[in-house]
Design a protein around this ligand. Structure first.
Ligand code: UDX
Ligand code: ADP
Length: 460
């Protein structure tokens, strides 16, 4: 079959894989190829066991793979073959040199730009899809502009706003698609080309355009605003624990104000995931770079409150369990950074597990999708860790349950059965406020929610 457009995506991760699967699904007359430097990732995308768990994704991949969606290893050849290139490689925070722990490490990204330039034999549209610091597209353009001959590259910014766990529905039904371009003739032509792809399933009024810098900055700011809401409600949860207020009641009353809205007001053990912290630190770095220290400090406090929330939660476990965890068995329910994903990047569960182990507790980790990643995250850390998928087996013989991920299945557990199998007094720390606290208290647990009074059987 002759395809109308030949599209390549460099980077087969959490963003590249799902977003390209949807484009392939919605545009059967386009051929989409996804490449990655990691051959195991490509093998996994070509297998029954996809490297990314997303509800609904396997069905879409099955429908498209081998027809108009391909996962390949020959990056250089694919650069030659395709006309539109999405770049979706990872951009971790720099760990060395200037901007260490703040700025994005652009080495992978620059390598990709150079690779595109070296292997291209015709003009191409290059689309920045990874979240990158503002003005990265400019750097990419400068590298690509040094290409010899008649080959021209148009660089667009098209940040991806989907969230993990809901990637398929977010991609099928986005709030908006943002495309940043230059206002030049060729920039506008490239932009129209990309609009044409999204318009196959996204209503035109939801496809918005801007200049490249606004597009890049909007992604950082959207994530910073979302994270800020989580930190705001978490900061108030600390206050609720000191008073008789209940964070769920406060969040409901506040969120019903239509100017505020009810989303992202769920108090918990703090946000995780590959984006929030990284993007805020990026924003902070950008502000400091331009001498805007007050603005930088404002956004940095969002990350500080997130760390504080996790420290507070850990201190609460230690204090409630008579200030010693040595030799006690603690069952962690949920290791992924949120429900419906196996991703554990920046998951608060990593910090909590490390602290529990540092207190010489024995840690038993249960999660329906994230145990492989949990074992990688905790590899080499001193102490006893067990990984048991079945929550009932994981909890048996433990002194405490610690809920760290909002998986639906934890709401449906038989807590009576679990309680019977645990060491008494049994403790339950609900870091997500997802279970029926009163019911668990009535069963016999000492229950410690977030932002609500503890329900304890001990006399003060
Ligand atoms: C985020 C953005 O939502 C998405 O638009 C962007 O493209 C990538 O970053 P993601 O990190 O996948 O997506 O998940 P998200 O749903 O935003 O949750 C992030 C973290 O915040 C999770 O740890 C989640 O548990 C936590 N969270 C979220 C809360 O603690 N409370 C809330 O009310 C909402
Ligand atoms: P994200 O959540 O942003 O998608 P991931 O880490 O899941 O991040 O995915 C990024 C992918 O990009 C990884 O699979 C990594 O191997 C790949 N990658 C990094 N650098 C390159 C490169 N120069 N060429 C091709 N793939 C790359």
């Amino acid at each position: 079959m002759k395809f109308k457009k030949k599209i390549l995506c460099i980077g087969a991760g959490y963003v590249g894989g799902p977003s390209m699967a949807i484009i392939a699904y919605k545009c059967p007359d386009c051929r989409i190829t996804v490449v990655d430097t990691n051959p195991n990732r490509i093998d996994a995308w070509n297998s029954e066991d996809l490297p990314v768990y997303e509800p609904g994704l396997d069905k879409i991949v099955k429908k498209t793979r081998g027809k108009n969606l391909f996962f390949a290893k020959d990056i250089e050849n694919q650069i030659k073959e395709n006309d539109i290139i999405f770049v979706s490689v990872n951009t971790p925070t720099k760990t060395y040199g200037a901007g260490a722990d703040m700025a994005a490490d652009l080495q992978y990204w620059e390598k990709t730009a150079r690779q595109i330039m070296k292997h291209s034999r015709s003009s191409k549209i290059v689309i920045e899809k990874s979240t990158l610091p503002v003005k990265t597209a400019l750097a990419m353009e400068k590298i690509l502009a040094s290409a010899k001959g008649k080959i021209k590259f148009d660089v667009l910014s098209n940040p991806e706003f989907m969230a993990e766990g809901t990637a398929v529905s977010d991609l099928e039904n986005p709030d908006r698609v943002l495309i940043g371009s230059h206002e030049t003739k060729s920039g506008l032509k490239a932009r129209a080309e990309l609009i044409g792809i999204y318009a196959r399933w996204v209503p035109l009024e939801k496809i918005i355009t801007s200049n490249i810098w606004s597009s890049e900055l909007s992604k950082l700011v959207a994530n910073a605003f979302l994270a800020q809401r989580v930190s705001s409600i978490n900061s108030i949860s600390a206050l609720c624990e000191k008073t008789d207020a209940d964070i769920s009641e406060v969040a409901k009353a506040v969120g019903m104000d239509s100017r505020i809205g009810d989303k992202f007001l769920k108090a918990g053990i703090g946000f995780g995931g590959s984006c929030f912290k990284k993007d805020i630190l990026n924003l902070v770095y950008l502000c400091s770079y331009y001498g805007l220290q007050e603005v930088a400090a404002y956004w940095e406090s969002v990350v500080k409150i997130n760390e504080y929330q996790q420290e507070r939660f850990m201190a609460n476990i230690l204090n409630s369990m008579f200030s010693t965890l040595a030799g006690k068995k603690i069952c962690i329910l949920g290791f992924s950074f949120k429900a419906d994903t196996g991703d554990t990047r920046e998951s608060p569960a990593i910090y909590i597990s490390q602290k529990l182990l540092a207190e010489h507790a024995e840690v038993i980790i249960s999660d329906p999708k994230a145990l492989k990643n949990a074992a990688i995250d905790l590899a080499g850390i001193k102490g006893t860790v067990k990984y048991i998928e079945d929550p009932y087996r994981a909890a048996a013989g433990c002194h405490a349950l610690v809920i760290l991920t909002d998986w639906d299945l934890y709401q449906k557990l038989d807590f009576q059965k679990i309680y019977s199998s645990m060491v008494k007094p049994a403790f339950l720390f609900d870091g997500r406020n997802i279970i029926d606290h009163k019911k668990c208290f009535a069963i016999g647990f000492n229950v410690y929610p977030i932002g609500k009074p503890a329900l304890s059987h001990f006399k003060n």
